[in-house]
Design a protein around this ligand. Structure first.
Ligand SMILES: Cc1cc2nc3c(=O)[nH]c(=O)nc-3n(C[C@H](O)[C@H](O)[C@H](O)COP(=O)(O)OP(=O)(O)OC[C@H]3O[C@@H](n4cnc5c(N)ncnc54)[C@H](O)[C@@H]3O)c2cc1C
Length: 509
């Protein structure tokens, strides 16, 4: 079976363990990637999944080390019509780097150099495989700051962050990855190498803050395009100065709705709030138990983690106001971290959420719905109605400061009836969010898992425009096929039910 036939979704079996590339193509890919290609089953398995646990075996994994090698691999794929699935660290929550149609898993992890940090112009040039936290640490040694901070920052890559337009707790003050990308080097679907923004201008170009009107900026089109339009091979990022002061607060509330009202009230103060995270009772209880190693005696119904940062005067001057607002919203047990250790402890509870929830149920369906901040209390009410109506445990936490709620439906994967109710809950919650003027994805992208819901948010004309852009840039449809735009049945639910993943029981599973 040729690869072209293999990608026809109507006729295609899922990529199988047996499938092999023709030997000549294996050899060409190996040459193109400087000898870093493997068709060994153990390698293919290790690059077959992301944080969704959705599976799809690539036919080959390649690890290029330069833009030229990426371009050479893609040129070959273009000629042969083989899918290419770019991959950073595989922490994605929507199946974006899962090769569901087989083909080439293009790992960017070996392109991991911080090329330069220009302190005067406050810009960094990095390769896509640089881990977010490595850039942050390096910038900090120079007194600079890279604000986008997905909770996966110790692992996820800048390339993956750009492709998903990652956000994080600090998005409320600093914005998302998009706000920091000022130049990209890209390899298009036919292997053409293109530079945009500051990279197009070269070293003599203007700084990131210069006002530019020379044509439209094609670079922004690729931020958040999830590897479906081009492979990002170099990124120029704007950096900020480190804030002078940071104050961390923890506040507990008698109800989640009170906490949600607190979010709106705190935002209205105009203080430089950089973090505004909300946790519901169940999330908090599970995170505290994970953190302390024992069940907490008392758990409040809702909590907020708040940080205020910027000039010392603004941070200290706002402290009284913030505590007063928290009081007005009914907060109990408001405390401010006075040492680094106390701050770390508060953050450790927040970071314990994901691993702790994963222990509670064999299936954790995490949707990053976002609604306007003012609608959070309403959304929380509606979410609880859906949970009770469908007899499901649904826990919520998230970056409430920018309306981004992580809604976690907890199910037992062996309970098919519960999975089917969970699927209905996802659909209903998406509809509620869209009716409130929200979005399907605050930060995790669409990938495979949300593709079936895209039409809730985009009308026919918007979908058609998206398809036209895709066709114009990727005539043969080789770049990350069946992501974002797909008529294919959503394979995620099958996976959750313990479907026929070929690699089950193998070394990496
Ligand atoms: C515990 C946990 C917490 C998380 N918290 C957050 C959070 O707070 N905020 C947030 O936004 N996300 C979060 N995520 C989701 C995930 O970490 C982000 O989407 C991240 O940006 C993915 O980076 P990655 O390197 O793992 O990319 P991958 O998962 O490997 O890939 C993600 C997508 O990017 C594409 N891609 C990767 N590299 C390139 C490239 N060089 N060129 C073109 N396309 C590319 C892939 O094809 C895929 O579509 C979290 C995930 C986990 C597991």
């Amino acid at each position: 079976m040729s690869h072209k036939e293999a990608r026809d979704p109507a006729r295609t079996p899922r990529p199988s363990v047996e499938r092999r590339l023709p030997r000549r193509l294996e050899r060409s890919l190996s040459r193109a990637s400087g000898g870093s290609a493997s068709t060994a089953l153990e390698d293919r398995i290790c690059y077959s999944f992301d944080a969704t646990d959705l599976r799809g075996l690539p036919d080959v994994v390649v690890w290029p080390r330069s833009t030229e090698q990426v371009a050479e691999v893609i040129r070959l794929a273009h000629v042969e019509g083989i899918p290419v699935v770019p991959r950073g660290a595989g922490t994605g929550y929507t199946g974006g780097s899962v090769p569901i149609d087989g083909g080439i898993a293009l790992s960017l992890e070996k392109m991991n150099r911080i090329v330069s940090i220009d302190v005067r112009r406050q810009v960094a040039v990095v390769e896509p495989g640089v881990v977010n936290n490595d850039l942050r640490s390096e910038a900090e040694t120079l007194g600079l700051f890279y604000p986008p901070d997905p909770a996966s920052l110790l692992v996820s890559t800048i390339g993956g962050n750009v492709a998903e337009c990652a956000g994080g707790p600090r998005t409320v003050l600093y914005g998302t990855t998009r706000d920091y990308v000022v130049g990209l080097e890209l390899v298009l679907a036919d292997g053409t190498i293109v530079a945009t923004g500051l990279l197009a201008e070269g070293e003599g170009g203007s700084g990131p803050d210069a006002h530019e009107v020379s044509g439209w900026d094609p670079g922004q089109l690729f931020v958040g395009s999830e590897g479906t339009l081009a492979v990002v091979t170099k990124i120029v990022l704007r950096l900020s100065e480190l804030p002078e002061a940071v104050a961390t607060y923890w506040a507990e509330f008698p109800s989640l709705s009170d906490a949600a009202r607190g979010v709106a009230a705190i935002t209205a103060t105009g203080l430089p709030v950089s973090v505004l995270e909300i946790l519901d009772r169940e999330t908090l209880s599970s995170a505290l138990e994970y953190f302390h190693g024992s069940r907490p005696e008392h758990v409040s119904e809702g909590a907020l983690l708040i940080e205020v940062e910027g000039a010392r005067e603004a941070v200290e001057g706002g402290a009284e106001k913030l505590v007063a607002v928290l009081d007005e919203c009914g907060a109990t047990n408001v405390r401010r971290a006075t040492t680094h250790e106390e701050r770390d402890d508060i953050w450790e509870v927040r970071r314990s959420i994901s691993p702790s929830l994963a222990r509670i149920a064999s299936g954790k369906i995490n949707e990053d719905i976002a609604v306007p901040r003012s609608s959070i209390p309403d959304f929380v009410e509606r979410m609880r109605e859906v949970a009770s109506d469908l007899d499901l445990a649904i826990h919520a936490f998230g970056h409430a400061g920018d309306g981004n709620l992580h809604v976690n439906i907890m199910v037992d994967r062996s309970d098919r009836a519960a999975l089917s109710r969970a699927r209905e809950a996802v659909g209903r919650l998406f509809e509620i969010a869209i009716r409130m003027g929200g979005t399907l994805s605050g930060e995790h992208g669409i990938g495979i898992t949300k593709a079936e819901h895209l039409r809730l948010e985009l009308d026919d004309r918007a979908i058609e425009a998206t398809e036209r852009v895709k066709r114009a840039l990727d005539r043969r449809g080789i770049l990350n096929p069946d992501k974002i735009l797909s008529d294919r049945a959503n394979p995620w639910w099958e996976t959750l039910e313990g479907g026929d993943a070929p690699e089950e029981g193998t070394p990496c599973s």
